[in-house]
Write a protein that binds this ligand. Structure first.
Ligand SMILES: *Cc1c(COP(=O)(O)O)cnc(C)c1O
Length: 395
């Protein structure tokens, strides 16, 4: 089903293969291993050295790619970002490819701002380079978030097995696949793209069982849940949910734009999320906004971009199927409150701010210990629960 969703070729002698994993991280380890082994086998055949494999990615890759590189001893060659451009530049990526490159990994839905990398352009450029050099450097698409978005919202966008160099794709079932945590998938375009020597065949469970996972035993509940969601919701159901997420992301985006205080760093085409930064962070920065939003029950992370855009800090809100329009509107209101409150405070003294409204001004001089902050949060929750109990009684 998933291979089909990603347009795997289904002609004679063509059969995509794949495996369920714990998440995209494991899926990426397996895909990376397959590329490494394929490259090694090719280099051995050519009588060339095969001890210095590398992989080309953008500096915006998720940490699991760094894990793969370190655990499996592959040099990670990262294309640096730049101001206003927060994904891998396909031209620069292809420039970095050499004979030892096991694959170029593109991301469909960057973790940092949800943007889709231009896989089509990458495929074009790499085909050209392969033709010139005689290499056959392949592409992997990390579609952890975008794999369940693009097929439903942007079916015309070519990022998947429609592009000939795309040999494998991973996706997280527990992100927009709508399953609870613990499921990911990796699909290879063709059986030949997964070296047979990596697949173990065991017979002690009553039949020949091929296995290619890092772990052996694994619960089946997530696999069943994924299957259930796919057949219960169908193409139309997923499409409706993704459209809804996208619409709510737009409500949030427009609300934030209206405040006049933020630059939007995410794109309209991409994963339904809103990444934004303060137009003016000289008095108060994004970390302070994040910290203060916690008091309204929102956990909105703030983080700096990777090199060479590390001077940019963004806040990010990922819109899932349970994030309603009402919640989007409330978040905008709460952000406005936070901005207003920050404006009334002296600059740069609010980083440690976790106190309540009445003594907000005092906090500027009283630096609290972690323990004090914890006690305060506990007290606030107790009060909240007690207040709710009171009103519940009346209703
Ligand atoms: C979330 C994510 C991963 C890691 O996926 P898990 O399912 O959490 O292991 C990898 N790449 C990208 C782009 C992601 O967004």
């Amino acid at each position: 089903m998933i291979a089909h969703l990603f347009n795997a070729p289904l002609g004679d002698g063509e059969a995509a293969v794949g495996v369920g994993t714990v998440g995209s991280s494991e899926a990426i380890m397996l895909a990376g291993l397959a590329f490494k082994r394929k490259w090694q086998n090719k280099m051995k055949e050519l009588g060339k050295p095969y001890d210095k494999p590398n992989i080309v990615t953008g500096a915006n890759v998720q940490v699991c790619w760094e894990k793969f590189a370190r655990y499996f001893e592959v040099e990670l060659k990262e294309v640096k970002l730049r101001d206003g451009y927060y994904v891998m530049d396909p031209e620069k990526a292809v420039e970095m490819v050499d004979e030892n490159t096991i694959c170029v990994a593109a991301i469909l839905g960057s973790t940092l701002n949800g943007e889709f990398e231009d896989v089509q352009r990458l495929n074009e450029l790499l085909l050209e380079k392969n033709k010139q050099t005689g290499w056959d450097t392949p592409i992997h698409v990390d579609a952890a978030s975008g794999g369940f978005i693009a097929p439903f919202l942007y079916p015309e966008l070519e990022w998947d097995f429609r592009l000939p160099l795309v040999k494998s794709i991973n996706v997280s079932g527990h992100k927009y696949g709508l399953v609870y945590a613990g499921i990911g998938w990796v699909i290879w375009r063709n059986k030949q793209d997964l070296p047979d020597e990596l697949v173990f065949h065991i017979n002690y469970l009553g039949a020949d069982q091929p296995t290619f996972t890092l772990n052996f035993s694994k619960g089946s509940s997530q696999v069943i849940a994924q299957y259930y969601q796919l057949i219960r919701l169908g193409h139309e159901g997923y499409q409706n949910i993704m459209e809804n997420c996208q619409e709510n992301a737009m409500v949030l985006k427009e609300g934030l734009e209206k405040t006049g205080k933020f630059n939007i760093v995410s794109k309209d085409t991409g994963v339904p999320l809103v990444a934004f930064s303060l137009k003016d962070n000289s008095r108060h920065n994004e970390f302070e906004v994040s910290e203060m939003l916690r008091r309204f029950g929102w956990i909105v992370p703030a983080y700096t971009m990777p090199p060479d855009a590390q001077h940019v800090t963004v806040l990010r809100v990922v819109i899932r199927e349970d994030f309603s329009r009402t919640l989007a509107e409330r978040l905008v209101l709460d952000i406005e409150k936070v901005l207003h409150e920050l404006d009334t405070l002296p600059a740069k003294v609010t980083a440690k701010l976790t106190g309540n409204d009445e003594n907000a001004h005092d906090v500027a001089v009283v630096k609290k210990t972690t323990r004090e902050v914890q006690l305060e949060i506990t007290a606030a929750w107790k009060k909240l629960v007690a207040d709710r109990k009171r009103t519940n009684g009346v209703c």
